[in-house]
Design a protein around this ligand. Structure first.
Ligand code: ADE
Ligand code: ZN
Length: 322
């Protein structure tokens, strides 16, 4: 079964680029990409470090606001085709003008205009810093976020390699974004264990965690997440593709949900992980017998945790009524 409509909270714009999209753009620009695709034309990587490298190599093809506008349209059309009516996307000033605020404004205007041109799906942007680029760049990214906060840009987040540094190194960036009124989320508890989730909660005071699934190894931490109403953006297909769990049946999503932690389901970087929103829902049905009731609850949870205004939230909740 699949459940419609769907809400997606964790999707990286560059990570949602289909290999064909990147190949076409590279051809148009006369760029040669090596080490990015396998013999069948899919993204090629062996592990998380390799994934991040290929992600950045493919992203290097995206150079202008126009490229980002085309990508936004392509990704939104693909999401809409999956039954998604509201999506929050991670947008990266690191790749869009190199964290220069006026360049970022140009890229952002192109993406926002592109999003407005696609009917039937609503988008908000989460400006995202990249942990392995370090705290200085994160601060510049936060300034880009603060300067453009409101309306379309409603959140600030952090992705990248969780093993780099400590969450506290990024506290200034998150404080800057919080003062600008942005919702906060950070990747943690994907490759880092429960301690990484704890550090993130303590230092960054986020209302959502990207992944967070390794919290399942620590019952006290699950209780804290439930008590503090912190929502996890769970991406089961991503976790299996990157080897966090060997297969969906071994994924702790059921135990996390049973502990009372608010959870939502997203795809992260769908073409990299050979997944779609429908595939995610099908996998959860197959592995855990989830049906309409479960899927309604996770989508209602997503709306509650969404970084959007109250009118949008109420309209989305109404669409989720049986
Ligand atoms: N950036 C894109 N996908 C990511 C993931 N799964 N973890 C960390 N950073 C990412
Ligand atoms: Zn992610």
């Amino acid at each position: 079964m699949t459940f419609d409509p769907k809400i997606e909270l964790h999707l990286h714009l560059e990570g949602a680029a289909a290999p064909e999209f990147i190949r076409r753009l590279a051809d148009e620009k006369g760029m040669r990409l090596s080490g990015v695709f396998d013999a069948r034309g899919a993204y090629a990587y062996d592990d998380f470090a390799g994934f991040l490298q290929v992600y950045e190599a493919a992203t290097a093809v995206l150079r202008t606001p126009e490229d980002y506008a085309r990508l936004t349209i392509s990704v939104l059309e693909a999401s809409r085709e999956q039954g998604v009516i509201y999506t929050e996307m991670f947008l990266s000033p690191d790749f869009c003008g190199g964290r220069d605020v006026s360049a970022w404004r140009e890229y952002l205007a192109a993406m926002q205009e592109a999003a407005a041109s696609v009917d039937g799906i609503e988008m908000r942007g989460i400006v995202t810093c990249i942990r392995h680029f370090g705290p200085d760049k994160a601060r510049q990214t936060a300034r880009c976020a603060a300067e453009t906060a409101g309306g379309f840009i409603t959140g600030f987040g952090m992705g990248g390699n969780e093993a780099m540094g400590h969450a506290a190194d990024f506290a200034w960036a998150f404080d800057c974004a919080r003062e600008a009124g942005l919702g906060l989320t950070s990747h943690a508890g994907e490759f880092g264990g429960p301690a990484s989730v704890r550090e993130t909660l303590d230092a960054l005071r986020v209302s959502r965690i990207g992944h967070g699934v390794r919290a399942a190894e620590d019952p006290a931490l699950l209780k804290r997440l439930a008590d503090e109403d912190v929502t996890l953006e769970v991406c089961p297909g991503s976790n299996v593709a990157l080897g966090v769990y060997p297969r969906i049946e071994a994924h702790p999503i059921e135990r996390i949900m049973a502990a009372g932690v608010p959870i939502t389901v997203s795809t992260d970087d769908p073409p990299f992980f050979h997944t779609t929103m429908r595939d995610e829902y099908d996998g959860l049905e197959r592995a855990f017998g989830w049906g309409e009731d479960h899927f309604r609850v996770i989508n209602q949870t997503a709306v509650r945790a969404a970084f959007c205004d109250d009118a949008t939230r109420a309209a989305l909740l109404a669409k989720l009524e049986p």
